[in-house]
Design a protein around this ligand. Structure first.
Ligand SMILES: Cc1cc2nc3c(=O)[nH]c(=O)nc-3n(C[C@H](O)[C@H](O)[C@H](O)COP(=O)(O)O)c2cc1C
Length: 369
């Protein structure tokens, strides 16, 4: 047991090192944000400073619909990163997720590496995090509660990482029965469960299935940003596993592009939708909101800002918020609700995808709310 736990910690460290040092983003597949145009309003009836970015998400007032996506925990170095990210989330009054809490659940002395987020961000909307394969291997309501209590979370992310588990040398591609545990959690946990991909997106079929099971929200984490096949490809290479390296190479660009996923999920369900996976600026965020998302999130760019400490992460966040504000001003959107009903034009591969998947071109640019 002790060596298995040590392995989880080693893996966490290696994920951070690999994502910091290598290019782990999708190679040819794009998020689709370049296919989306918001329609310029030459004569908005507002000043830029009039724009109100605030939203209410999971009973929480946020200064903007922005999430620092789940990344880490489980090692002393991860605790330092979480401290920086938590402090930034508190300063800007946005939402933040911790990384998979398996290490903290199995080794309580590591709980502090996650808890530090709540300590630094007492007022933030905080997401706990647990992996579906762990649910299949025996975790249940008890472990979900532990994860939530560890960070005093407002909601629980259950992450789905099928691609990663298939490429990872130590991977466990186990999903049979996961939905039963998720349903049980949705009924009894007491905080909302948010299903979250990790870079391959959700189809409308999966989203509809999740909604029926009682899930309240989906974080699409679609294709086009960080590729977990890529991360595990580099790790397989280090471990001299040519088979896993090959599988990683082949599935590097696997997944539903983020924009297509946002439209699929938000137009087929009433779930709260968080757009992530390759969101790289506030204009991407604005486009996601206009297409039906309720919030948007980024992971890798914030990790890459952590060497500059809280100052650099905060500056990155402020830039994104100014870009969002600018997009809202230029579309004449006074608030997020108005942006969500403002027109968008979808072209190119994203339009092809949505047509092929049966979404009506006259409707898919605007969510039925
Ligand atoms: C270093 C790193 C670690 C991550 N760890 C987790 C995790 O533990 N749990 C999880 O749900 N997602 C995890 N993710 C996935 C992100 O939350 C996000 O869904 C994905 O990276 C796509 O966003 P991006 O393109 O902005 O990076 C991690 C991402 C990175 C970069």
């Amino acid at each position: 047991m002790a060596s298995a736990e040590a392995e989880t910690e080693r893996r966490k460290r290696s994920h951070i090192e690999t994502t910091m040092q290598q290019d782990v983003q999708f190679r040819t597949k794009k998020t689709g944000f370049d296919d989306v145009e918001l329609v310029h309003n030459a004569l908005p009836a507002i000043n830029r400073d009039d724009v109100d970015l605030s939203v209410r998400l999971f009973d929480h007032e946020l200064s903007a619909p922005l999430v620092i996506e789940s990344m880490t925990g489980g090692t002393a170095a991860a605790a330092r990163l979480n401290e920086i990210l938590g402090q930034a989330a508190q300063e800007l009054k946005i939402a933040i997720g911790v990384g998979s809490q398996r290490a903290g659940i199995e080794k309580p002395e590591l709980a502090y590496t996650y808890r530090v987020v709540r300590d630094k961000a007492p007022d933030a909307l905080v997401f706990a995090n647990i992996g579906a394969p762990q649910l299949v291997k025996g975790y249940g309501l008890k472990e979900m509660r532990k994860a939530v209590e560890m960070v005093d979370a407002d909601a629980l992310y259950v992450h789905l990482n099928g691609v990663q588990e298939c490429v990872q040398v130590e991977g466990e591609p186990l999903f049979r029965g996961a939905m039963d545990k998720i349903r049980e959690g949705a009924e009894q946990l007491g905080v909302p469960i948010v299903l979250k991909e990790t870079g391959a997106g959700f189809s409308h079929e999966t989203a509809e299935f999740a909604e029926k099971a009682g899930v309240k929200a989906i974080d699409v984490a679609g294709a086009g940003g960080t590729s977990w096949a890529a991360v595990e490809y580099y790790r397989a290479r280090e471990q001299s596993s040519q088979i896993h390296e090959k599988v990683g190479e082949v599935f590097w660009d696997w997944g539903i592009p983020t924009v297509a996923s946002v439209v699929e999920v938000s137009h087929s369900t009433h779930l709260t939708v968080i757009a992530s996976g390759g969101v790289r600026n506030g204009l991407h965020g604005a486009k996601a909101l206009a297409l039906g998302a309720d919030a948007f999130g980024l992971a890798l760019p914030f990790l890459k800002s952590t060497p500059g400490g809280v100052e650099e992460v905060t500056e990155r966040l402020q830039t994104i918020l100014l870009e969002l504000r600018t997009a809202m001003f230029l579309t004449g959107s006074r608030n997020v609700a108005e942006l969500q009903t403002s027109p968008a034009v979808i072209r190119g591969l994203t339009r092809e995808w949505l047509d092929a998947r049966g979404f009506n071109p006259d409707e898919y640019a605007k969510r039925k709310r």
